[in-house]
Design a binder for this molecule. Structure first.
Ligand code: URA
Length: 234
């Protein structure tokens, strides 16, 4: 098996992230750094190590969906010592990682798994998986602002990918909008709104592909259904 596939299948991270770990010399095979992405290993005989621990293929895969609250970082250990989404897990005995990220102040749907191949099929740009956000901004939005967001707002001379943007409600004080994107550059939705001079009051992800956040309580997780998992593996 190729080393990057072995690592992602073993739940170390998504395939792309595993490629980075290999290139950065963080992976040892039989005691030696192995920085070659194409290395083939014998998963029964070779000893693969990451962070001083042997990497094994899991006996079973886990797929969870979480309603991430604001004020939690999407990382295994936060360098600023903030709370992380892993603090919210009831069972901390299995090593899982988050599929993609939400900002510290963003809430909503995020997947956790130990299946790097699954993670890859959710986050790799070539699969163009839709992510839907509910954005809350102060005041009423102008039609011209919608037009800029839909076409692709320009941020620091760079055009953001186009987005599907539709109003949901305006209660006289705040506007709620649905924003659907298929690419997930860092802070993409916040950057789109900054480009039109709008501060986001609340950003919440409500859907990834065909999987909806539904009525999952804030801070809670639940196993994904077989259909939900399969919808990304087509
Ligand atoms: N876009 C953002 O700006 N932040 C998120 O957390 C997710 C998408």
């Amino acid at each position: 098996m190729r080393l990057n596939k072995f690592l992602s299948t073993a739940g170390v991270a998504s395939r792309r992230k595993c490629d980075e770990l290999i290139k950065d010399g963080k992976i040892y095979v039989n005691g030696k750094v192995q920085a070659n992405l194409g290395t083939i290993i014998d998963e029964k005989k070779d000893v693969v190590e990451y962070l001083g621990e042997r990497v094994n293929l899991p006996s079973s895969f886990i797929y969870l969906k979480m309603n991430k609250p604001k004020g939690y970082a999407c990382t295994a250990s936060d360098e600023k010592g903030r709370k992380t989404i892993f603090d919210l897990l009831e069972d901390k005995s299995v090593r899982l990682f988050n599929v993609g990220r939400l900002d510290y102040d963003t809430e909503g749907l995020i997947f956790l798994t130990n299946d790097g191949e699954f993670a890859n099929s959710v986050i790799h740009p070539k699969f163009q998986i839709e992510k839907e956000y509910i954005v809350t901004v102060e005041g009423a939005m102008k039609e011209s602002e919608f037009a800029v967001l839909r076409k692709g707002a320009v941020v620091d001379g760079e055009r953001m990918p186009s987005a599907r943007v539709n109003p949901i409600s305006f209660d006289g004080k705040v506007t709620k909008l649905s924003v659907i994107i298929t690419e997930g550059q860092n802070h993409q939705v916040r950057r789109m709104f900054e480009a039109i001079g709008r501060d986001i009051k609340l950003l919440k992800r409500v859907r990834i592909g065909s999987v909806h956040l539904g009525n999952l309580y804030r801070g809670k997780t639940k196993p994904m259904t077989a259909d939900e998992i399969a919808s990304f593996l087509k």
